[in-house]
Design a protein around this ligand. Structure first.
Ligand SMILES: [Zn+2]
Length: 129
């Protein structure tokens, strides 16, 4: 069985956003910087005041790994696959599996996509057309 995320008080909005096909980020009310992962205060200015905004879901490939050996038996039938670190246009970096047949390249443009697993939705990235 595929492992599922366990949302907490800080990350619940993020997972709920993915279920609706939206990539949501915290944005500091004091310095206006976006941040990820969700956390109670700003890592740049320490303000505890923030809002939640919808990201465009677009970014550039910062790094990647190609998984050839499944770390969990649930993924054994899916290898090889590529996990990207994406630098979102809003600033934060986040991880997600690359979809499609394209190969990852540094700086390659990608956009968010959403894989429904029933009880939860996974963020993935595909090459921009
Ligand atoms: Zn801040």
């Amino acid at each position: 069985m595929r492992p599922a995320p366990i949302p907490d008080a800080d990350s619940a909005f993020f997972w709920e956003g993915l279920r609706g096909g939206r990539l949501l980020l915290q944005r500091c009310s004091a310095c206006a910087r976006h941040r990820f992962p969700p956390m109670p205060s700003c890592p740049y200015c320490a303000s505890r005041s923030s809002g939640i905004v919808q990201a465009a879901g677009r970014g550039s490939i910062y790094s990647w790994v190609v998984v050839h050996r499944a770390f969990d038996p649930a993924f054994a039938g899916e290898v090889p696959y590529t996990i990207l670190t994406v630098a979102l246009d809003e600033g934060p970096k986040m991880l997600g599996r690359m979809t499609g047949s394209a190969h990852a390249a540094f700086g390659g443009r990608v956009k968010a996509s959403y894989a429904d697993h029933g009880a939860w939705t996974e963020l993935r990235f595909s090459g921009e057309a």
